[in-house]
Design a protein around this ligand. Structure first.
Ligand code: NDP
Ligand code: X2X
Length: 332
């Protein structure tokens, strides 16, 4: 585990960091990096409804293309299902040698939906919790445990850059652990699907054991089960189902609905192992992308049913101790 004492900001102090998007994760990354004294530009699409929020936060905003052209490090923080098209159209044509392309989740690299050129660094820094909490704890002087992975090291400094970035968003205040794109992707998807939906204590233990028995790092299994559920449940208590839904990713919401009912019906580890198998094989990813390409009809249909379940079951079972998110913080 890496902490502030182990990591320097120097590898990125003289670099420009482009944050692509300004939603749950992106607003927190951009503001935390800026408040850590680093140079940030936010890249948004034409007519983006996020632009006023980014400008109100005092951040410089550019088109995605211009942000990528100018920046040394490009962190892509838009919904997973939208990334490949934006990458092909706006990022790849400007991703010249020597830059670094970064992600908040390994989905599109791990499942081969984005294939960066060999002459750029590729890394991920994944905070283990909702973006709104990432910003809240940073402002409170604390940090959110995060994990990082290097997918490609063209410069020979990708690892130092990734660690410096993790420090810039406050991760090393709490602890940053090294992983791989495969481990981060598979455990994050599993955590979203196996425990968030049920959000009940006995599912957390079964979820943790399923990941450890499958060979993933125990620390990451902890992050994906007990740790993350507490953050999400606090969000539900604070702002209800809609507030939580606004803060988590589409990938997480879809996974919660498509897999949740299976686990709620049969809360056994055998079912959890099947769920993990569908993630590892790519079957879940395919189902998610298919629903996304049709405008998420299944997710819309399931939302109401899962809302009632989540509020009822989670509302009774767990109450975290994390600081609450205020209404305006969720406006992003
Ligand atoms: N939500 C979370 O807490 C976590 C998310 N992640 C990962 O972070 C990444 C971002 O997720 P999340 O923060 O939930 O994303 P959001 O859904 O919050 O992203 C919304 C932002 O993306 C922009 N956007 C949406 N569609 C497009 C598009 N087609 N082209 C350009 N911009 C677009 C929106 O801009 P506009 O205003 O123009 O619509 C808005 O600024 C994902 O990889 C996710 O897996 C990782 C850990 C936790
Ligand atoms: C908040 C978080 O880390 C999730 C649930 O994995 C997500 O929203 O992607």
């Amino acid at each position: 585990m890496y902490y502030d004492r182990d990591v320097s900001l120097s590898p990125i102090e003289d670099k420009l960091i482009a944050i692509i998007g300004y939603g749950s994760q992106a607003h927190a990354h951009a503001q935390n990096l800026r408040d850590s004294g680093l140079n940030v530009v936010v890249g948004l699409r034409e007519g983006s409804s996020s632009r006023p929020k980014a400008e109100q936060a005092g951040l410089r905003v550019a088109s995605i293309e211009d942000a990528v052209k100018e920046a040394d490090v490009i962190m892509l923080l838009i919904p997973d299902e939208t990334q490949p098209q934006v990458y092909e159209e706006s990022i790849a044509p400007n991703l010249t040698a020597g830059k670094a392309l970064a992600f908040g989740h390994g989905f599109n690299i791990h499942f081969g939906r984005i294939k960066p050129p060999a002459d750029v660094d590729v890394f991920l820094v994944a905070p283990k919790g909702p973006g709104h909490m990432l910003r809240r704890v940073y402002v409170d002087g604390a940090g959110m445990p995060s994990i990082f992975a290097v997918g490609q090291d063209a410069s020979g400094s990708a690892r130092d850059i990734a660690l410096a970035y993790a420090r810039g968003i406050g991760g090393t205040r709490a602890g940053v652990l090294e992983t791989s794109f495969k481990e981060e992707t598979e455990t994050d998807l599993f955590g979203e699907q196996s425990v968030l939906c049920g959000g009940v204590t006995h599912l957390i233990q079964a979820g943790f054991e399923t990941l450890v028995e499958a060979g993933y790092q125990p620390e990451i299994a902890y992050f994906e089960t007990l740790h993350e559920v507490k953050l999400i449940v606090d969000l539900i208590y604070e702002k209800g189902f809609e507030g939580m839904r606004h803060s988590i990713s589409n990938t997480a919401e879809y996974g919660d609905y498509v897999t949740g009912p299976r686990i709620i019906t049969d809360e056994t580890k055998a079912t959890m192992k099947d769920v993990l198998g569908d993630i590892q094989s790519g079957k879940f990813a395919q189902s998610f992308i298919q629903d996304a390409e049709s405008g998420f009809p299944y997710m819309q249909e399931q939302r109401g049913k899962m809302r009632d379940h989540t509020l009822e079951v989670v509302g009774k079972e767990l109450r975290g101790k994390m600081p609450f998110i205020s209404k305006q913080e969720l406006e992003v």
